[in-house]
Ligand binder design. Structure first.
Ligand SMILES: CC(C)(COP(=O)(O)OP(=O)(O)OC[C@H]1O[C@@H](n2cnc3c(N)ncnc32)[C@H](O)[C@@H]1O)[C@@H](O)C(=O)NCCC(=O)NCCS
Ligand SMILES: Nc1ncnc2c1ncn2[C@@H]1O[C@H](COP(=O)(O)OP(=O)(O)OP(=O)(O)O)[C@@H](O)[C@H]1O
Length: 447
């Protein structure tokens, strides 16, 4: 992780930024405070900053654009992002930006893009840049003139052309004054998400539900997520005891890995027969140890199983929809990582403090500290998840306290549906069908 190797300038820059970010309201961490997040795990801190940047509303971004803290924040998070991607890379042979290069980044970063001065860009850096910015990487070389700045990219994404022109000037100045290769990195969040070990996508998209409340009845899909061992299943059981049906993604994931299924065949083909027990079923703890200690292998498994898991979840929802359920809960540990949060409203995140999470995980699964840490780090940090939640349940205390908190949540979850939710419900679909049918008959009679 970053903590042992990060350059002092980076730590200083980060801690220097914390009070300014908090005061200007650019990024706050209501539960624990940014400094504590930074002290505990700089990697989480970075993801949290990136998340805040991504989540700022357009209006808020516009009002903040003149604010030097915000601009620093954008630049710095991109630098940190780049640095962490390179420095955190698990394979030792991957190079990382050294102190000098990083300082150079910090000094020369412009507002919407950063400029990396790399005298001998390694193949890894080239490939990385090819990945994040095809324009920047195609003409990258130590002697070649710098590539054209990715104007279109920024112009398309940012409406304020003044910022684009300002950057262009700075980039040109930088490129003229330096003999080193200059690389422009696109400051997009995808950069971080795609490179990080826990990010993957399920191939399903649905409409985002509206948040305004209207009074009618039918189906709501509630998202329930959190970290590993944060207490999702415990909360799921509370929902079940209130008669609310739960779709458990872990159970779906177990089904898709059963002997003879498509997921099983692909997994065995990719990981070999060593992961099988004598009866031909997958040895889950063994596969778990493999994938949770190697991000590449985990991503491979995610890619192989994602289509089966997403379609399994889809069929479960469809069955409940056909039964006419009013509220269902989707218990999906990787709700955000798999971009399934768009399906659900409200989103409930079950939060615990990191130490309790570790202790509960070790006690439940009887694993070593190292295994438990690997599993926790395979997921998006809980502090980031809570910023995307509609409802946060703090499960650090006792089961009684959890139960008390849950009573308030269940009231919120069973409130009347919005119009959009109604339209997506079985009853809504029926009403729409009957209206169209009646409309057609009336029109035909009128002609
Ligand atoms: C690696 C496997 C075989 C390990 O099995 P095991 O029985 O030891 O763990 P189990 O399935 O009960 O998962 C326990 C918890 O680990 C976490 N977890 C599981 N898979 C992943 C993953 N790919 N990335 C991050 N966290 C994960 C979740 O919080 C889950 O609740 C299994 O987790 C698996 O098949 N994972 C890939 C499928 C998947 O993505 N599952 C999550 C459903 S959204
Ligand atoms: N409030 C609590 N007090 C004490 N123990 C708890 C509490 N909540 C949950 N636990 C225990 O912590 C462990 C993890 O909880 P649980 O299995 O519900 O987590 P989870 O988020 O569903 O985990 P996973 O992501 O692995 O599915 C379990 O052993 C559970 O009994």
């Amino acid at each position: 992780m970053l903590s042992s190797r990060q350059p002092t300038s980076l730590i200083l820059a980060l801690s220097d930024l914390v009070p300014r970010l908090t005061q200007s309201g650019v990024a706050t961490c209501p539960n624990r405070g940014l400094s504590q997040v930074l002290a505990e795990n700089p990697y989480h801190f970075v993801s949290y900053l990136l998340h805040c940047r991504e989540k700022s509303s357009r209006k808020r971004k516009r009002s903040l654009e003149g604010n030097p803290d915000f601009l620093d924040f954008i630049s710095l998070s991109v630098v940190v992002e780049t640095h962490s991607c390179l420095d955190l890379a698990p394979r030792p042979r991957r190079p990382h930006l050294g102190q000098e290069a990083l300082d150079s980044c910090l000094n020369s970063c412009t507002r919407k893009a950063i400029v990396i001065h790399a005298p001998n860009p390694s193949r890894f850096i080239r490939r990385l840049l090819l990945f994040v910015s095809p324009i920047g990487a195609t003409s990258l070389s130590a002697t070649a003139p710098p590539p054209p700045p990715p104007l279109q990219l920024f112009a398309r994404r940012r409406r304020r052309s003044s910022l684009v022109h300002k950057n262009t000037g700075q980039k040109e100045a930088a490129s003229n004054s330096s003999e080193e290769a200059v690389v422009y990195v696109k400051s997009e969040d995808d950069f971080f998400y795609q490179l990080s070990s826990w990010s993957f996508r399920f191939p399903l998209h649905t409409q985002q539900l509206a948040s305004h409340e209207r009074g009618c009845v039918e189906m709501r899909i509630v998202g329930l997520t959190g970290g590993i061992a944060s207490g999702k299943s415990t909360v799921s059981n509370l929902f079940k005891s209130h008669g609310i049906l739960v779709v458990d993604a872990d159970l779906v994931a177990r089904d898709v890995l059963k002997k003879g299924t498509g997921g099983w065949k692909k997994t065995v083909a990719a990981f070999g027969e060593d992961i099988l027990q004598e009866n031909g079923q997958v040895d889950r703890p063994k596969l778990g140890r493999i994938v949770f200690s190697d991000p590449d292998k985990r991503q491979l498994l995610n890619r192989l199983l994602a289509p089966y898991i997403s379609s399994g979840i889809f069929w479960e929802i469809l069955k409940l929809w056909l039964k006419g359920c009013k509220v269902i809960v989707l218990d999906i540990p990787l709700l955000f990582e798999a971009k399934m949060d768009k399906w659900t409203k409200p989103i409930i995140v079950v939060w615990v403090d990191p130490e309790t999470q570790l202790q509960r995980l070790m006690a439940r699964d009887r694993t070593s500290v190292e295994d438990a840490r690997n599993r926790i780090q395979a997921q998006m940090p809980l502090d980031v998840k809570i910023t995307q939640a509609d409802i946060v349940i703090d499960n650090t205390g006792s089961l009684e306290e959890l139960n008390e908190r849950f009573q308030k949540v269940v009231v919120q979850v069973t409130k009347p549906l919005t119009w959009t939710e109604f339209a997506l419900s079985r009853q809504g679909a029926l009403v729409a069908f009957i209206s169209v049918f009646v409309g057609v008959i009336i029109c035909r009679k009128a002609l």
